[in-house]
Design a protein around this ligand. Structure first.
Ligand SMILES: CC(C)(COP(=O)(O)OP(=O)(O)OC[C@H]1O[C@@H](n2cnc3c(N)ncnc32)[C@H](O)[C@@H]1OP(=O)(O)O)[C@@H](O)C(=O)NCCC(=O)NCCS
Length: 179
């Protein structure tokens, strides 16, 4: 599968089962960096076996048309991921975007470029809308979304169980299709 260049030596391509070991290493390396922004993870999440299960789920969801998922790569290392999950068709044609970037490569425009790539793929899939939610104080992520044309649509109280607490999120949407 081809990797498309994003920033410097970092590229993006759809996730494949063979990424499990590199993903486990990336999550282990970024455990502290990601902990405030993610659900609590079981120990198995940081193992190759756990990531095999995670990738198998993502690949299954992709085959069913309910998700799209990518890894960000720097050579053989995984340095982030992008996921559009919960894709609903019919008159909604919408999905939820989530992402993270390795703490060692943040602040270089990697997430901004990767989200642009993901939006182009979502448009190609025929989606009408992509939604993303950030913690209220996640200014870096809000900047990434705004730079990609997302609009704030509101505040959802106690929206997601992040770091063990039901936390408020700012919701954003990006419309893709024609009027
Ligand atoms: C949010 C995240 C994906 C951003 O990745 P990134 O590759 O650094 O993003 P970019 O470089 O494209 O843009 C981030 C911008 O936010 C800025 N920024 C970073 N930390 C910031 C902070 N604490 N306050 C304000 N701005 C901040 C960066 O300087 C950059 O802006 P600039 O280009 O004008 O300097 C990354 O920090 C991350 O993975 N965080 C933990 C997980 C997470 O929050 N995921 C998103 C959940 S909604």
């Amino acid at each position: 599968m081809t990797t498309e260049a994003l920033v410097g030596t970092i590229g993006i391509r759809p996730v494949i089962p063979g990424d499990a070991a590199a993903l486990a290493r990336a999550y282990a390396r970024n455990r502290e960096h990601l902990a405030p922004w993610e659900p609590l993870r079981p120990e198995s999440w940081f193992t190759e076996r756990g990531q095999e299960e995670n990738v198998a789920r993502l690949v299954g969801e992709r085959a069913a048309g309910r998700a799209l998922a990518w890894v960000l790569l720097d050579d053989d290392s995984v340095v982030g991921s992008m996921t559009v999950s919960g894709i609903v068709r019919g008159p909604f044609l919408s999905g939820n975007l989530g992402y993270w970037v390795d703490g060692a490569v943040t602040g270089r425009g990697v997430a901004t470029a990767a989200v642009a790539h993901v939006l182009a793929a979502c448009a190609q899939e025929g989606l009408h809308r992509v939604q993303a939610g950030t913690l209220v104080h996640n200014t870096a992520s809000q900047k990434v979304l705004r730079r990609n044309g997302f609009d704030r649509i509101g505040l959802a109280p106690r929206y997601l169980l992040i770091a063990g607490r039901w936390q408020d999120h700012v919701l954003f949407q990006r419309l893709l299709g024609a009027e």
